[in-house]
Design a protein around this ligand. Structure first.
Ligand SMILES: [Zn+2]
Length: 475
């Protein structure tokens, strides 16, 4: 009898939970399902093209063309960036935007198989899942647009195609261009190894180039005539590495030696590094940045060479919005966890075996909304700059097995097959459903905005970029 009652209770709660998805959300999910085959094709084409920072001409065109074909007003080449675009539909308030990335990472080409083997030796690969990112976000925007078209929602939906997230952070220039100025709330997501309404921040970051200029000479014949730019480079990096002992544990300093001289028998007259400083907050990062810049002068004095520092770009930490996270969380709960076939689970376990991780398979369970950590660790994203200009709601969706090394061949592999596709479609639905909530309920928009204003406080947004256009041709 007790068992029987329990079964009735389960049935009732299931019915109640199913009823919670209102007719607009049901229509949105159906619309994403309608576009599913095309979205997977788009994602796979971007995956195969695997274009890196500012070179994403095919990928950007594939997304922009699909937006246009579906009746959105497309503006290409915005903010002086040929591969950046916007796609808009509707009019008036609220304006809800969804951003989509689509750039790949160099050198990690990989076939859609669970053991390491490049698709094309030395080529780029989607090791951050941005092929899925762009496709899902556009899918959500188009599905929302279809509800507007049918008179179910009022306002404006705006998709922003944001290139070069992995290198120069194009969103900073897009923010400077004012592309989010009319937006009430922005939605974003990121491919992940777990599914969650993401309420964690990211690290602020600053990128700059250091160049040393010396005097060339024969390395053995007349070295006394030489002033070595590579000596300066070595002294500089040594200084940075000693400095690590005296920085807070939240700070990260990286450098990439781009030019250390050409041959062994010449005293190099030129050297160059790309240096990056990060911390939990921009305010903690800036004093470290100033110190690391001073060290370049010190190294130049010691090696008796000249030096030059050029700012490349920098990004803010993400300004979290928990009110927005709560909306997203409810939609993830409505959708339920992703499920996988035996073949997909086996694929995931094989990836884990190949990367030396416990073979536990996929993780798409729905967790309660996490506490926002004071020091989140992890990486950086130019979504940070967007989040200081407009309230931002973030989402993470499983597109790879648990513990998958990110920015690696393993993510490329999953992003080119059904595990990635499932995550992409799921993300499109969760983003679209959250947009539906915001269009339907002005009070939610107000709540998200109020939290944004409170968290931002008196801090004025100051972009960390030099004047002029983005470095489209590299640095
Ligand atoms: Zn990424």
């Amino acid at each position: 009898m007790k068992k029987h009652l329990f079964a009735i209770f389960v049935l009732i709660s299931f019915t109640v939970s199913a009823q919670k998805m209102n007719s607009n959300k049901k229509a949105l999910v159906a619309s994403v399902e309608n576009h599913k085959t095309e979205l997977i094709k788009i994602s796979d084409s971007i995956w195969a093209a695997a274009e890196t920072a500012f070179e994403e001409h095919k990928s950007s065109k594939i997304l922009a063309d699909y937006a246009e074909k579906n009746g959105m007003k497309v503006e290409r080449g915005v903010a002086g960036i040929p591969t950046a675009f916007t796609a808009t539909y509707g009019s008036g308030k609220p304006v809800i935007s969804i951003l989509g990335e689509f750039d790949a990472l160099p050198g990690i080409s990989q076939k859609a198989q669970p053991t390491k083997e490049p698709l094309k030796e030395g080529a780029a690969g989607h090791g951050c899942g941005h092929n899925l990112f762009g496709a899902a976000s556009l899918g959500a925007a188009i599905a929302t647009k279809e509800l507007m078209e049918n008179g179910k929602l009022k306002g404006t939906i705006k998709f922003l195609g944001t290139p070069s997230e992995e290198k120069y952070f194009a969103k900073i220039w897009m923010v400077r261009e004012g592309l989010w100025d009319d937006v009430d709330v922005n939605l974003s997501w990121h491919p992940s190894a777990k599914t969650e309404a993401d309420v964690q921040s990211s690290l602020a970051l600053v990128d700059f180039k250091v160049e040393f200029y010396g005097q060339a000479a024969h390395a053995s014949g007349d070295p006394w005539n030489g002033r070595s730019a590579s000596d300066a480079l070595e002294l500089y990096t040594t200084g940075i590495n000693y400095y690590r002992e005296h920085i807070k544990p939240t700070v990260r300093i990286h450098y990439h030696i781009q030019d250390g001289g050409q041959v062994v028998n010449v005293v190099p007259d030129y050297s160059r590094l790309w240096v990056r400083v990060r911390d939990t907050k921009r305010s903690g990062m800036m004093p470290v940045y100033e110190q690391v810049k001073k060290m370049a002068e010190g190294a130049a004095i010691m090696a008796n060479v000249d030096y030059k520092i050029s700012l490349i770009s920098g990004i803010y930490e993400v300004l979290v919005n928990r009110s927005g996270g709560e909306i997203m969380q409810k939609n993830l709960e409505l959708l339920g966890p992703l499920t996988y076939t035996a073949e997909e689970t086996a694929f995931g376990k094989k990836i884990q075996e190949s990367t030396g991780k416990p073979q536990v398979g996929m993780d798409s369970q729905i967790r309660p909304l996490e506490e926002t950590k004071e020091h989140p660790g992890g990486g950086s994203t130019d979504v940070g700059d967007v989040s200081w200009n407009v309230p931002n709601i973030n989402l993470g969706v499983t597109v790879a097995p648990k513990d998958t090394p990110w920015h690696s061949w393993a993510v490329v592999a999953c992003g080119g097959m059904s595990i990635g596709h499932k995550g992409m479609v799921h993300a499109a639905k969760a983003l679209g459903m959250t947009a539906v909530d915001l269009f339907e309920n002005p009070k939610l928009v107000q709540k998200v905005k109020a939290e944004y204003i409170e968290r931002k406080g008196s801090e004025k947004y100051e972009p960390i970029i030099p004047d002029g256009p983005p470095p489209l041709n590299g640095i």
